[in-house]
Write a protein that binds this ligand. Structure first.
Ligand code: PLP
Length: 222
């Protein structure tokens, strides 16, 4: 799979300073992840709990994992403490379960709050105003076993670059509004947006984590 290693190396060389690559490896076999690892990739994104748990013991210990998919509350316990970051906190109910499971496990779980801006489809997440409110109102402060690290979002799935750019800008503005509330700490500093087809626009709008799957590993066979 020379394509994987080449793409990892060229992404590492071309992403701007300060932008980190999440290699989205869902639905791909562990051999593909190992190929990426050998090319220098250490951060992987998975979107299904069971698949993640199967892959973790098969990869070297210095791999960091991000959970990036919709997470069911009954699956939270099994991944707490095993992932560096849960990027996809899409409801207060999920957050509250993450908080209590982290408490029981004696860890602080780092999270991103998922912002919903895309126009179409059933995408998960908080509306921008809802999410800003969650911090302004102080509701965020009751969860002591999570560490808020930033926001995650997706743009509308369209060829219209103006729409995509506007979506990314809205996610970034939401991030800035939350920072401006002073209800978060200085390490609330991560903006995860941009996938294979739109990551350059996301970076232009302020992303510092990009989640790239297909461009590295090829099409997924569901
Ligand atoms: C699958 C997935 C990606 C990667 O998408 P590609 O188009 O394959 O790069 C990024 N983010 C999330 C949340 C995903 O589920």
């Amino acid at each position: 799979m020379p394509h994987i290693a080449d793409t990892i190396r060229s992404l590492h060389a071309s992403l701007p300073e300060g932008v980190e690559l999440v290699a989205v490896s869902k639905f791909h076999p562990v051999e593909a992840l190992q190929e990426a690892y050998l090319a220098g990739q250490r951060l992987f994104g998975e979107s299904r709990q069971q698949e993640l748990l199967q892959k973790i013991p098969l990869m070297p210990e210095d791999v960091r994992w991000h959970f990036i998919g919709h997470l069911q509350t009954n699956k939270v316990r099994s991944i707490i403490g095993k992932v560096a970051l849960i990027e996809s906190v899409d409801s207060e109910r999920l957050l509250s379960v993450i908080n209590s499971e982290a408490g029981k496990a004696g860890v602080v779980q780092q999270v991103l709050m998922q912002v919903h801006v895309a126009r179409e489809e059933t995408k998960f997440g908080f509306l921008p105003s809802e999410l800003v409110d969650f911090f302004v109102s102080g509701a965020s402060a009751k969860y002591h076993n999570v560490k808020y690290r930033g926001v995650m979002g997706m743009a509308s799935n369209t060829d219209d670059d103006r729409r995509v750019r506007a979506d990314f800008e809205e996610i970034y503005r939401t991030f800035q509004s939350i920072r401006a509330t002073a209800m978060v700490e200085p390490d609330f500093d991560l903006v995860s947006m941009g996938m294979s087809h739109d990551y350059p626009l996301a970076i232009a709008a302020g992303a510092n984590l990009v989640r790239i799957g297909t461009a590295i590993f090829g099409e997924r066979n569901y």
